[in-house]
Design a protein around this ligand. Structure first.
Ligand code: R5P
Length: 290
């Protein structure tokens, strides 16, 4: 794929443009007093094929504002006659990747369809839930779901005598990926979340005595899942616990609580004070291989 320019408004876009060795066009975001957004692409774009990068903003973390912003940018570029690769590092609405209860939407598919209708040609995203359910794939658009867990390998390799842990079966493929790559043991806990109340039950037996436990997950939001998992590990005698999450949607107070219990690392799919691990290289490599 020959990409001529990266369009974005933050460090992620800048770093991606540098990795791909292409120029970058900036976006300015202007808000009306009632919070409506009017984004503006500041650079004249002569090329036909562009990468639009948009990251959800911290600490706002508003998926609805993010969606409108992305749609406006995609539409504007489409009206300029561009072919658009849309990089959505954290795929909003990806959790609702099936109809859990009658009357609910399959949100992930609907969002993909809406982005396709606006004019995106392909979507590149990082470790989204959506792929768990094959029929979520939109018929209208190709989605490249990039394995962000690869970005954790280097840091986890520094941890001595680790055991890799996942808080529920949804993350088991990623637990296997890391434990195989590093040739270390792993275990996945069993989690049940009530669809009505959101309360979580978690069970798991882990021989953690004297071990440095590594908990991985794709998302942290309320923090309920990770905190339960940390407690199981600590109660089982873990020497230390390190948590690695791809998408950090947690509030500061949740992060402060976790900081007292474990080491915590997140990627830069959302720029937060904890985004120490970058997925830019992995995204750039995937784009180069298309
Ligand atoms: C669930 O399937 C995900 O992998 C995460 O475990 C979940 O979204 C985390 O949510 P919370 O932090 O609210 O427990």
């Amino acid at each position: 794929m020959i990409i001529i320019i990266v369009i974005g408004c933050d460090l992620f876009s800048k770093q991606l443009a540098e990795k791909l060795n292409v120029p970058m066009a900036n976006i300015e975001k202007r808000y009306f007093p009632d919070k409506e957004l009017c984004p503006r692409i500041l650079t004249e774009i002569k090329d036909d094929h562009v990468i639009l990068v948009n990251r959800m903003e911290f600490p706002v973390l508003d998926p609805n504002a993010y969606l409108v912003e992305s749609l406006l940018l995609i539409k504007t570029l489409k009206e300029m006659g561009k072919k658009i690769e849309f990089v959505m590092p954290y795929m909003i609405y990806g959790r609702q990747d099936k109809q859990f209860r009658e009357g609910e939407p399959v949100s992930a598919r609907s969002i993909l369809d809406i982005l396709a209708d606006a004019g995106a040609s392909n979507i590149l995203t990082v470790s989204s839930h959506y792929e768990r359910t094959k029929d979520i794939l939109s018929a209208k658009i190709s989605v490249y779901n990039i394995n962000g867990f690869e970005a954790f390998l280097e840091k986890i390799r520094e941890i001595k005598n680790p055991i890799i842990t996942g808080a529920d079966f949804g993350v088991s493929e990623n637990v296997d990926f890391i434990s195989c790559a590093l040739k270390v043991d792993s275990i996945v806990f069993e989690k049940h979340r009530s669809l009505d109340t959101g309360s979580i039950e978690m069970n798991g037996l882990i021989e953690a005595k004297g071990r440095n436990v590594v908990i991985i997950d794709d998302i942290i939001s309320s923090g309920g899942t990770i905190i339960k998992a940390i407690n199981i590990c600590k109660n089982s005698g873990a020497k230390s616990v390190s948590v690695f999450v791809i998408h950090n949607l947690a509030k500061q107070e949740t992060l402060d609580k976790i900081d007292k219990m474990a080491f915590f690392y997140a990627t830069d799919t959302i720029e937060t004070p904890k985004s120490e691990i970058s997925v830019v290289d992995i995204v750039a490599k995937r784009i180069q291989s298309l």
